[in-house]
Every structure is written in structure tokens, then in C-alpha cells.
Design a protein around this ligand. Structure first.
Ligand code: COI
Length: 367
């Protein structure tokens, strides 16, 4: 059961409702939104999904008891549309986000839908607001599909009504400091996710509780949190990103490693793409396994740690410069190589996203 593109009703914004498009140089992440949004209601009592609509961007109105407001019955996605060198707009691997959105919906007791129908609606929304896709490489249109439980009842129970909406915002670089390598706070007091939890789903309740820890890092002059788990201080994620380490193994060979999808890790689209790309290059081994802080300390001591970087839709690839851990500042030499791997990866992703090369991961919006 799903909403369908064929039923999509579009109401275009009146000229007086159109918003001013900012200069790309002023773009900060998630602060300015486009002229239109997509929405579809789900009502169990009315047979499920209602017809989807594209409407002028507007506030939403909720019952004060709506479950999303009390028990975080919600999920979201993040993907991007890029203005290619040929002027055409491409979305990066949107099928992966649609698939993950349905996984999150199942976990949250929210209604699932047909990924392809949703994608067609999304493409239409982007096409309508396509002039909002910035004409500058490095910037893009961030797409935020969201699904919330809206029953106006306080029982901690499945929501019988839901609202899917999608909003769009033009974005520059996620980090205001541009491509600078980031400093991290690794404090084993905190955990982002745990076995049996929902750390592998894109639900809002994974993000709200991280803000206090992020604030602690900021107070110490550090930019992001390195999320640890367990007595052995396993490295799980960094900020809102997956994490990669490039190092020289005991046989003297280079290896790219990232934590496995063991329930504690968000299955990132950029993560999966990096793994696949690196495997296809075949220049070094690519391994999914647990990384611990002890290992990082040892590798640094033996000069075998080459690079660490985060990966995510918002930042694409973000190099790591240092980790503050148990009173020590570990310096990571990510930015100290002449041709670092993180740059090669970033360049390859950019090439696909901005249409420098033809690639199935870059999905045209107007096709
Ligand atoms: C990403 O790295 O793409 C994110 O998940 C960022 C978002 C939570 C703001």
C-alpha cells in the first residue's frame, strides 16, 4: 500500500509567495527553504495513504498531543541534488535513501510506501524548484524527506495517522570552516547507540540527545564528537557521520577500514559508496571491522596510521586532524600527505555528483 505519483496534485506558489534566492556564498546548512514542499497524509481509518500533494511551502499544524511531539515517533532522510556541468540536475543514489526510509518506518511503527512512487514525487518537487539548485560546484540542494506520527493521543502506541513531508534547502559546505580537517572529542562516558537500540535507523531520537555532548566538545574548542562504545572504546561514528581509517597493516599493506553494520552504525549512502568505489579501484584492501581507541593509539605510535575521515551526505568527506582522548591530544596526519586518499574519494564522488562523468549513481531529475 502506498501513495502514487499518478495521484499527485500540484498547487504552485503565487508570485507573491516566491522567496528570495540567496547568494551561494551566504548559504549555511539548513537555514533557507525553497518555494514548495511535498506532503502526503496517512490515515488508518480512511484506508491508509491519501493522495500526495505539492504545495507552496507552509507551516504544518499539529494536535498538541501528536505522538511525534511527545515520543519522537518520527524519521527522516537526507539526500542531495546537484547542478551538473551540463546544467542538468542529478540526485545521488536516491533509491538507497528511499530503501532506508522504509526500514526506519518499520522500526518506528510508521507506514511504509513504494520507494519508486516516492522517488517520482520527489523528482517532481525538485523539478518544480529546480532554480533553487545552486549553480556553483561545492553547493547543492539538500532534500529532507520526513515522516511523523500525528495521532493526537498520548498513549505510547503505534500512530494510526502519519504525515510524510519533504522540504528542500540550498546548501553550501556543511562545515562553515570549509574543508579544514576537524578536531574531535572522544569521551567514553557517552554513547550514541547500543546493541538492541535504533542506532542503525535514521530516527530523530538518535540525534537530539547528541547535542549536549556536541556542546561539551565545542566548549573545549573541539569541532565534533567521536562516538565510542563499550569497555574497549570502539570507534563507531563521528558527529553525524560514518568513520573511515586508512592505515598500514601488520603485513605492511595499506588498508581502508570502517566499522561493520552491527546495529550501532547508520548505514550511510556515502559510506556504502566509498566501500564500493575503493573495492573497484583494487589498490588496497577494504575491510569492515571494529576499530578501538587502543588500536588508534598503537598505530599512531608505530607511524602506521595514515588518515581518518568522516563520510556523510551533508559533508561528503570530512578529514580528521586530531582526537582528544582521556586527557591526550592524538594528532592524526590525515592532511599531511601529498595525495591523500580522502581527496581522491571526494573528487570521485564530486565527479559523479556534478556530472563530470556518466555514472549510474547520478540520477537525472528530468529524465
Ligand atoms: C549527514 O551527515 O548527512 C547527516 O546525517 C546530517 C544531518 C543529520 C544534518
Amino acid at each position: 500500500e502506498t501513495f502514487r505519483y499518478a495521484d499527485l496534485k500540484t498547487t504552485l506558489a503565487e508570485p507573491h509567495q516566491l522567496r528570495l534566492k540567496p547568494d551561494v556564498s551566504e548559504l549555511k546548512f539548513g537555514q533557507i527553504f525553497t518555494d514548495h514542499m511535498l506532503k502526503a497524509f496517512y490515515h488508518e481509518a480512511l484506508g491508509g495513504w491519501q493522495k500526495p500533494e505539492i504545495i507552496p511551502f507552509e507551516n504544518i499544524s499539529l494536535h498538541p498531543a501528536a505522538k511525534v511531539l511527545h515520543y519522537a515517533v518520527e524519521l527522516f532522510e537526507g539526500l542531495k541534488a546537484f547542478r551538473g556541468v551540463d546544467g542538468r540536475v542529478r540526485v545521488f543514489r536516491p533509491d538507497m535513501n528511499m530503501h532506508r526510509m522504509n526500514l526506519s518506518a518499520k522500526t518506528s511503527g510508521l507506514p511504509t510506501f513504494d520507494s519508486e512512487e516516492m522517488l517520482k514525487c520527489l523528482k517532481r518537487l525538485i523539478a518544480i524548484d529546480q532554480e533553487w539548485v545552486p549553480h556553483a560546484e561545492g553547493s547543492s540542494l539538500y532534500i529532507r524527506p520526513t515522516l511523523i506520527g500525528i495521532d493526537g493521543t498520548l498513549g505510547v502506541a503505534q500512530s494510526e495517522s502519519a504525515l510524510m513531508f519533504t522540504i528542500l534547502c540550498p546548501v553550501g559546505n556543511y562545515f562553515s570552516s570549509g574543508s579544514d580537517a576537524v578536531s574531535l572529542l572522544a569521551d567514553p562516558t557517552y554513547a550514541r547507540a547500543w546493541p538492541g537500540g535504533c542506532g542503525d535507523r535514521k530516527v530523530g531520537s538518535n540525534y537530539g540527545p547528541t547535542i549536549r555532548v556536541q556542546k561539551k566538545a565545542s566548549k573545549r574548542g573541539l569541532q565534533q564528537v567521536l562516538w565510542l562504545y563499550g569497555d574497549d572504546h570502539q570507534v563507531t561514528e563521528v558527529g553525524t557521520m560514518n568513520i573511515f581509517m586508512f592505515y598500514i597493516n601488520e603485513d605492511g599493506e595499506k588498508e581502508l577500514v570502517t566499522p561493520p553494520l552491527n546495529g550501532l552504525i547508520l548505514p550511510g549512502v556515502t559510506r556504502a559508496s566509498i566501500i564500493q568505489m575503493a573495492q573497484e579501484w583494487g589498490d588496497f584492501r577494504v575491510v569492515q571491522r571494529t576499530i578501538t581507541m587502543n588500536e588508534i593509539v598503537l598505530l599512531l605510535k608505530e607511524n602506521r596510521l595514515l588518515e581518518m575521515f568522516g563520510s556523510g551526505t551533508a559533508c561528503i568527506v570530512s578529514p580528521i586532524a586530531s582526537i582528544s582522548y582521556l586527557g591526550n591530544l592524538l594528532r592524526i596526519p590525515t592532511n599531511e600527505h601529498s595525495a591523500p586518499l580522502f581527496k581522491k574519494i571526494r573528487d570521485q564522488l564530486y565527479a559523479i555528483q556534478y556530472g563530470h562523468i556518466k555514472h549510474p549513481w547520478g540520477v537525472l531529475v528530468d529524465q
